[in-house]
Design a protein around this ligand. Structure first.
Ligand code: ASC
Length: 129
């Protein structure tokens, strides 16, 4: 799928950058830092939902080096734990996507909290600070 390990690292980092950008726009609304707009929230959530499926495909064996990376060795040494953390994130994003489709602020806010928690849960164990 990737020519070189570095290509996979750049790919997953690009996906995370886009996810953080679009999730951040929704999180700002949930936190009252930006005005709530249900349509803008839903558009950004739809992008997060699509993008959420990308990074895990780029953590294959041997992609721990070849480009600057913050991924900890635990990604590969505790592959089951990493998969579980990634699955938790994808599941949280599915709930966020459903909330985005309702356009309901309270539901979106709750789902943003759960999704942010799943981002952090994975970062704490599997990403260098
Ligand atoms: C974000 C972002 C993360 C998560 C995390 C939540 O917006 O970029 O990595 O939320 O900070 O705790």
């Amino acid at each position: 799928q990737f020519q070189k390990p570095g290509d996979a690292i750049e790919y997953r980092q690009s996906a995370f950058t886009l996810i953080a950008t679009h999730f951040g726009r929704v999180a700002a609304m949930a936190q009252g830092k930006a005005p709530f707009d249900a349509k803008v929230a839903a558009e950004n959530i739809a992008l997060v939902s699509t993008l959420s499926k990308l990074p895990l495909t780029a953590f294959g064996p041997g992609t721990d080096k070849g480009h600057k990376t913050e991924a900890k060795p635990a990604v590969w040494s505790d592959a089951a734990g990493f998969k579980a953390a990634a699955d938790k994130y994808v599941a949280a994003v599915e709930k966020l996507d459903a909330a985005g489709k309702t356009g309901d602020f309270a539901q979106i806010k709750a789902a943003v909290g759960e999704t942010g928690g799943s981002c952090k849960g994975c970062h704490d164990k599997f990403r260098e600070k």
